[in-house]
Design a protein around this ligand. Structure first.
Ligand SMILES: NC(=O)c1ccc[n+]([C@@H]2O[C@H](COP(=O)([O-])OP(=O)(O)OC[C@H]3O[C@@H](n4cnc5c(N)ncnc54)[C@H](OP(=O)(O)O)[C@@H]3O)[C@@H](O)[C@H]2O)c1
Length: 275
């Protein structure tokens, strides 16, 4: 794959590191010159990665283009570029709908949206993709597990769940800090809590047929300390608040993906409708 990245920041770094896990890559990777320091560092570190002199040069030497600029920059950056019909576009830009993208990258028509996470650097990323374009599916299969979805609404819903990441870290930080307050050295407390959740997550991932609720029930022995803690959290509305916050995030993403008149631009097969 002749792979080009427009925007060389955090998520491009993670993807390139994942694709070059063994020091090199089977792809030819061309990076846009911004951010210069990050692009230089990646091209020095990995064989098969080079820095283009301009965004247009990235396009001119690539068959698959990953758009990885910040949302406020995306329209301005894309509108200055000349795309080809043969280009495969993979946009990572939050809130930029498929319809908006299709208007920014003509005459290219093969367009997918994806939400990779920093864990792609370790090839552990779960990546939702819509629509299920083969170029995007193949690329992200190298970087972890792909989750193709059927509609842009589903894509927004799965995207909404990534809004929980900061809260997850805040939650585990609170637990580790509490442990440190009890006299456990901070680094030891973090290590213990990290491994506690790592073990639980690994067990759950390895048993996809089991619901998270069944794990909760297994651990919440009657009158035990897990039941006590869970009851406390439920009574104070923690789980209800999580659902409400997800609804709010989903509503925001969903609104961004709709056309100005509120209709959705794609049917369930991902084909552009005439709007
Ligand atoms: N980080 C994540 O975990 C994550 C996950 C999923 C999706 N995303 C999406 O991916 C996109 C990038 O996120 P990020 O976290 O990687 O952001 P980032 O670290 O800020 O990277 C954005 C990069 O775009 C560069 N840039 C700015 N203007 C440009 C231009 N005119 N031409 C080419 N490059 C330009 C920036 O360069 P300067 O530093 O010089 O400004 C920066 O290197 C966002 O739309 C975000 O919504 C991110």
């Amino acid at each position: 794959m002749q792979l080009g990245f427009i925007g060389t920041g955090e998520i491009t770094s993670a993807m390139v590191a994942g694709l070059c896990s063994f020091g090199t890559t089977s792809h030819s990777i061309r990076l846009s010159p911004r951010n210069a320091a990050v692009a230089r560092e990646l091209s020095n570190r990995f064989k098969g990665v080079s820095v283009a002199s301009s965004n247009q040069e990235v396009l001119d030497h690539s068959d698959t283009i990953v758009i990885a600029v910040r949302p406020p920059d995306a329209r301005g950056v894309l509108s200055e570029l000349r795309f080809d019909l043969d280009h495969e576009i993979i946009s990572l830009v939050s809130g930029l709908s498929l319809l908006s993208l299709s208007r920014l990258v003509p005459p290219a028509t093969r367009i997918a949206r994806a939400v990779p996470l920093p864990s792609t650097a370790r090839r552990l990323g779960p990546t939702p993709i819509y629509p299920a374009e083969p170029a995007a599916l193949n690329l992200f299969a190298e970087l972890g597990t792909v989750f193709p979805v059927e509609t842009e609404r589903e894509f927004d819903a799965i995207y909404a769940t990534t809004a929980t990441i900061a809260s997850y870290f805040a939650f585990v930080e609170r637990i580790a800090s509490w442990l440190a307050q009890q006299g456990i050295p901070e680094s030891k407390a973090r290590d213990y809590i990290g491994r506690l959740f790592f073990g639980l997550t690994t067990t759950a991932v390895e048993a996809p047929e089991r619901s998270f609720q069944s794990f909760a029930a297994n651990h919440a022995t009657a009158a035990g300390i897990n039941e006590q803690f869970l009851k406390h959290m439920v009574e104070r509305g923690l789980l209800t608040s999580a659902s409400e916050a997800l609804d709010a995030v989903f509503h925001r993403l969903n609104a961004q993906s709709q056309t100005p008149d509120g209709r959705r631009p794609f049917d369930t097969t991902g084909i552009l409708k005439d709007v």
